[in-house]
Write a protein that binds this ligand. Structure first.
Ligand code: NAI
Ligand code: MG
Length: 359
């Protein structure tokens, strides 16, 4: 039976970069991948057509799909909407929450061809290949109670850092399996010297460890982890952490690789249904100009093939095609550091397609 993929281009540069990624997806179909591909509206595109960032129809189709490929959402034209629930970004959060996409995978991989793009010295980042596994649907971003109230004559703001054992266990398993499939090293990041919720986090990780004797588990406090990421990032293989720490550490790790235009991500639920998207946003400053880098979105298709569609060979073929266009010296403006003339979004997509087909 063919698998279903829902493509949600979104707004800003979303449609431009998604178009190039869909070309590669179609090439995978020609290479034997059995999928049906549909398109839908989300974010500003949903607001403009239906008045809501996540139309019911889009949500229903996303639930029925094996995987969702999302471009990006957001832009200044919707910033005047005061009700947070009606803004483009809510479309994204609604999908994550409704599909229960608790497992966020964010690789930080430095392409050797782009080593000069990193903010760190080449010897510190050469060969960098980290996978950050971030819990995405729990923790302090969702914990209750929360709010701002009047107490004793002044306002107080509060949030709740809360994790249940089952939430820790399921993200822990994703991370242990990831470590098993990679270099066999897992570092769990917490703040167990201060926060009880993370004492439990550490306990659950320790409890899982005997089931994965081939994985070496270590623990690190988050402040030290931030320091180690910029001091000696190659000590890490897989990092697992909660929602807030993961948000911050994954952005820091992303920057070690130089360009946001290169970084894909995956968000998975227990059924391995997933949403795949570039780490960057809708880049309104360059939208419509045909200059955005489509590689993060194309690499998100590779993650989709690997994690939701069980087609690792095709995933590797896409990744090799991306490596080969970088070897050829093709650069979109965001990665054109060496003074090379930048190519357009479409030219980059076409080059990846040609390199994919040439294999
Ligand atoms: P952004 O990631 O959209 O842009 C930051 C900078 O990176 C800009 O200078 C942009 O031109 C550049 N950039 C981003 N992607 C690029 C690409 N593929 N190729 C070349 N350059 C690229 O972040 P920003 O400016 O903070 O947010 C813009 C809008 O995007 C906001 O409305 C924000 O809420 C939304 N956003 C959406 C996300 C999503 O859809 N997942 C994630 C982050 C922000
Ligand atoms: Mg963030």
């Amino acid at each position: 039976m063919s698998r279903k993929i829902l493509v949600l281009p979104g707004d800003g540069i979303g449609p431009e970069i998604t178009r190039e990624a869909v070309k590669i997806l179609n090439a995978c179909r020609e290479a034997g991948l059995d999928v049906d591909v549909e398109e839908g509206l989300v974010g500003g595109a949903g607001i403009d057509a239906h008045g809501v960032p996540l139309p019911d129809e889009t949500l229903a189709r996303a639930k029925a799909a094996d995987a969702v490929l999302l471009g990006a959402v957001g832009g200044p034209q919707w910033d005047k909407i005061e009700d947070l629930a009606k803004r483009p970004e809510k479309g994204l959060l609604g999908l994550r929450k409704n599909l229960n996409l608790f497992g966020n995978l964010r690789p930080a991989l430095l392409y050797p061809q782009l080593a000069s793009a990193s903010s760190l010295k080449p010897e510190i980042v050469a060969g960098l290949d980290i996978m950050i596994v971030r819990e995405l649907t729990g923790g302090i971003y969702f914990g209750q109670p929360r709010g701002i109230e009047e107490r004793d004559g002044e306002k107080v703001g509060f949030n709740t850092y809360i994790y249940a054992e089952h939430e820790i266990e399921r993200i822990g398993r994703v991370a242990f399996e990831m470590a098993r499939a990679r270099g066999g090293k897992l570092c769990s990041v917490d703040k167990a010297n201060v926060l009880e919720a993370t004492i439990l986090w550490r306990e659950v990780m320790e409890r899982l460890a005997p089931e994965y004797p081939d994985v070496e588990l270590s623990h690190m406090y988050v402040d030290n982890a931030a320091m180690q990421l910029v001091r000696a990032p190659k000590q890490f293989d897989v990092i697992v952490t909660g929602n807030m720490f993961g948000d911050i550490l994954s952005d820091a790790a992303a920057m070690l690789t130089g360009s946001i235009g290169m970084l894909p991500s995956a968000s998975l639920n227990e059924q391995r249904q997933g949403m795949y998207e570039p780490c960057h946003g809708s880049a309104p400053d360059i939208a419509g100009q045909g200059v955005a880098n489509p590689l993060a979105t194309i690499l998100s298709v590779a993650m989709m093939l690997r994690y939701s569609l069980e087609a690792p060979q095709l995933a590797e073929r896409i990744e090799r095609a991306v490596g080969s266009v970088l070897d050829q010296g093709l650069r979109t403006a965001d990665i054109a550091f060496e003074g090379t003339a930048p190519v357009s979004t479409q030219a980059m997509g076409d080059a990846v397609l040609a390199a994919f087909q040439a294999q």
